[in-house]
Design a protein around this ligand. Structure first.
Ligand code: SF4
Ligand code: SF4
Length: 509
């Protein structure tokens, strides 16, 4: 019996541009001359380097350890020598540099010892720690540590494991090719995730513009020793968004500000699922990922790329640009961001390097005034009022923007896509979110400073009282030199006064 599918509000049909890069198989990329491996590739705390400059490292060796709860390890993508631990350009909208471990490959590609784990005989907490130490983070874009998401916590189990093969963003085909070429590994990875979550149902959802991926996954699913459903869903951007996919498959709405587990669902990207299989069954950490290189290049293609590879290498492997380059996007045209430099390396979040030209991406016409047409609201899959958010962000009424659920915006770009006034709406939302986050951080810093000050005052008060008590004790123990007229309480008062006087005198002790 086929599953009932549901629809979400809004959505758009941008030109897909999938064909360009999906007609060729994944190529295993060559070793670059130099790798720049950022210690911050996942959401949460950056990993802490644990190697020294000049040290020889082997492929798969931990080079930075997880630091804190929301963190995962980082590994050497190949064998070679650490030449520096220093700031280097990283792919981030800010364009700022970040700490990278620079490795000069030695060409041997020599692995550390790898150990497979029998997950059926291993406690869940140990399996999750292995995934943390193997550096597994979500490859769908959020790069959240997978080991945390695979902990059902107090709920004890998450009923539905939903593997996301939507890949709705135009131009990007890395998940499509991963499903076609690694369907068995995805099925095996999903078995481990199902076990950890205690999930009763497992569904792999794939947009129906990927018929080859659907048939490869259906064939692999016949070998699964657990119930596994492969579901083709209608192609509509952004059906690959976690909340939208949950709505399509279950009909349930994730509440505002809530998580998918609030409605009994855990979602993972297909690439992450494959990485879980490799980490547990093969003992291989996350040191590479599939990246689509497309747009204004001679041979659009998917590459299995070592993390830390400079993006300019990828563009060169794809035959270089065809027309003059007008820019580079990491990700797709809807949700990606402009790269400041292709010297930045591939990281766990890099699903696509999209090379732009004016022919493929004509410069946007200048923005006009909002004409209150409400097309943006009709297209918004989060059922927000994008035009209201725009006004509040523009006028810096950030509290009102929050009241209108700014943080439910998934930055999908549907509103900007349909806006007849060509207003770059998402830019305003990103700006408002970053201003609010900065204000929250400043508030937290002020709270910490106040707490520190109050703690210091309390400590000084306590020390004063302790000192006074000591002085009083000494005074009481001494023979009276005032003719025996002062009482013990007079002695305490006198001691308190002396202590206060000492404290008010700089450098008194
Ligand atoms: S970017 Fe935000 S406001 Fe615009 S359509 Fe997407 S979710 Fe709605
Ligand atoms: S689509 Fe553009 S012009 Fe129309 S209401 Fe939204 S912001 Fe205004």
């Amino acid at each position: 019996m086929s599953r009932t599918l549901y629809t979400f509000h809004g959505g758009v049909h941008p030109p897909e541009h999938k064909q360009e890069s999906s007609v060729r198989p994944i190529i295993k990329s060559a070793l670059p001359q130099q790798l720049f491996v950022p210690v911050r590739q996942h959401m949460g705390e950056p990993a802490q380097p644990c190697v020294a400059v000049g040290e020889r490292v082997r492929k798969g060796q931990v080079i930075a350890k997880p630091d804190g709860y929301v963190s995962v390890a980082v590994h050497a993508p190949t064998s070679g020598t650490v030449t520096a631990i220093a700031a280097h350009p990283v792919p981030h909208p800010s364009g700022l540099n970040d700490t990278c471990i620079h490795i000069q490959p030695d060409g041997l590609d020599e692995w550390v010892e790898r150990h497979a784990t029998d997950w059926r005989d291993t406690p869940p907490s140990t399996l999750r720690n292995i995934l943390r130490d193997m550096g597994i983070a979500g490859l769908g874009g959020a790069v959240f540590p997978t080991w945390i998401k695979l902990n059902p916590g107090r709920a004890a189990k998450v009923p539905l494991l939903l593997i996301n093969g939507g890949e709705c963003e135009p131009w990007i085909t890395c998940d499509d090719l991963t499903m076609r070429e690694h369907a068995d590994g995805i099925v095996q990875g999903a078995a481990i995730m199902r076990h950890l979550l205690g999930a009763e149902q497992v569904v792999i959802a794939i947009e129906d513009n990927k018929p080859d991926a659907i048939s490869a996954m259906r064939k692999a699913a016949t070998q699964a020793d657990y119930p596994l459903e492969i579901v083709g869903i209608p192609t509509l951007y952004p059906s690959g968004g976690a909340k939208q996919l949950i709505k399509v498959i279950t009909g349930r709405e994730v509440p505002s500000g809530g998580r998918s587990t609030d409605v009994g669902v855990a979602t993972f990207n297909v690439g992450t699922t494959l990485a879980v299989h490799r980490a547990i069954h093969l003992g291989e950490p996350m040191i590479s990922r599939v990246v689509t290189v497309t747009g204004n290049v001679h041979t659009p293609q998917n590459y299995d790329v070592l993390l830390g590879t400079p993006m300019h290498d990828l563009v060169a492997w794809a035959g270089g640009h065809v027309d003059p380059v007008s820019g580079y996007i990491m990700g797709g045209p809807m949700m990606g961001f402009d790269l400041h430099t292709v010297d930045a390396p591939v990281v766990k979040a890099t699903n696509c390097v999209l090379v732009k030209s004016d022919a493929l991406f004509p410069p946007a016409p200048s923005a006009q005034e909002c004409i209150r047409c409400t097309r943006c609201a009709d297209a918004c899959p989060a059922e927000l009022q994008p035009q209201a958010l725009y006004w509040f962000a523009r006028s810096k009424h950030f509290d009102k923007a929050q009241d209108h659920h700014l943080f439910d915006c998934i930055e999908c770009g549907c509103c900007s896509y349909v806006c007849p006034s060509h207003i770059p709406l998402v830019h305003y939302y990103r700006y408002a979110k970053s201003e609010i986050s900065a204000a929250r951080q400043a508030e937290q810093a002020a709270d910490h400073a106040r707490e520190r000050h109050e703690t210091r005052l309390a400590r000084m008060e306590r020390e004063e009282q302790e000192r006074a008590a000591r002085l009083a004790q000494r005074a009481a123990a001494k023979p009276a030199n005032d003719g025996g007229n002062s009482s013990p309480s007079d002695a305490v008062q006198a001691a308190m006064q002396r202590a206060r006087a000492q404290q008010q005198t700089p450098n008194a002790e």
